[in-house]
Design a protein around this ligand. Structure first.
Ligand code: ADP
Ligand code: ZN
Length: 283
């Protein structure tokens, strides 16, 4: 059996599966303090003979093997979790091989192996929800360098008519600050899910997201970009992003089939946990 954790800022998604990757049990528990949440994690996995484990965690996290910070959650605004040695706590309780990466890297891996990017060797996954975060799989491996990607916080060109200051506590008007779910609500005073499809804020949203995808494409030309997260539940948004992408790219990099290049997640709300199970299986 394999076990997996998708550790998010508001909830932990836990799952165990058999060798054929059939999920046997899945459970969500709230993210509170490490003591409380980890007690729930241990209780969940204790019932199963888990042979390998996969963890996709909210970040930033230490991913450089051999460094003091490896396996730890680093400088998070969730102060109770700051410097928490997550991987070590798991390995101490369950001494089995354990894969360790970010939640969004795990989601990218899940989408590559079982979701919208199946059959490819590289993909980029971007979630647009409470925040914006990106994961990267290159050559069928999740990407870790000196750290892991932080694609949500790239700096983008503002629409000159947009005067909204942005929600990012670090940069104000980075991509996340201008285009994550809370920015929609801050601009319009209406939650994204309650806004009509013809509201002008969606064009602005598409412009910023497409601009980010152009930048990613220029830097890491992956085979597919997969978009997920609550905001992508807006059915019309994907088409607007594709159109804006083509306009802004202006044929500098020719995309053969935009409908096949920028796609929605194939494993809605499950990319991360399935990716973490697959990372365990593939250890
Ligand atoms: P999280 O990022 O916390 O894991 P979600 O991916 O569900 O959770 O993202 C929540 C954000 O997405 C909120 O800002 C919410 O307003 C927005 N959102 C959720 N559903 C929709 C929708 N149908 N259309 C637009 N925005 C949505
Ligand atoms: Zn930022």
């Amino acid at each position: 059996m394999y076990g997996a954790i998708e550790a998010g800022g508001t909830k932990f998604n836990l799952a165990v599966c058999d060798e054929s990757l059939n999920i046997i049990h899945q459970k969500q528990i709230p993210t509170t303090t490490p003591e409380e949440t980890m007690a729930g994690v241990f209780e969940f996995f204790e019932k199963y003979p888990v042979e390998k484990m996969g963890i996709g965690s909210f970040g930033p996290i230490g991913v450089v093997k051999g460094s003091d910070e490896y396996g730890h959650i680093l400088n998070t605004p969730k102060t109770a979790w700051k410097n928490f040695p997550f991987l070590q706590a798991m390995e101490e309780k369950f001494p089995v091989p354990t894969a360790w990466t970010t939640d969004v890297n795990a989601a990218a891996y899940g989408e590559l192996k079982k979701g919208a990017a199946q059959g490819k060797k590289s993909c980029l996954y971007l979630t647009i929800g409470t925040g914006i975060g990106g994961g990267l799989v290159l050559d069928e491996q999740v990407f870790h360098g000196a750290s892991h990607p932080e694609m949500g916080h790239i700096f983008i060109k503002r629409d000159p008519a947009d005067t909204y200051k942005g929600t990012c506590p670090y940069h104000h008007d980075c991509l996340e600050g201008l285009a994550a779910g809370p920015s929609i609500e801050a601009r319009t005073h209406i939650k994204g899910q309650n806004l009509p499809a013809d509201h002008p804020v969606w064009d602005l949203q598409a412009y910023y997201l497409a601009q980010a995808l152009v930048n990613y494409t220029l830097m890491v030309p992956v085979e597919k970009i997969v978009l997920g997260g609550g905001v992508m539940n807006q059915d019309h948004l994907l088409g607007k992003i594709r159109q804006s992408f083509l306009k802004q790219m202006n044929h500098y990099v020719e995309i053969e089939n935009i409908d096949d290049y920028i796609v929605r997640w194939g494993l809605p709300n499950q990319s991360g946990i399935i990716g973490a199970l697959l990372l365990a299986a593939d250890l």
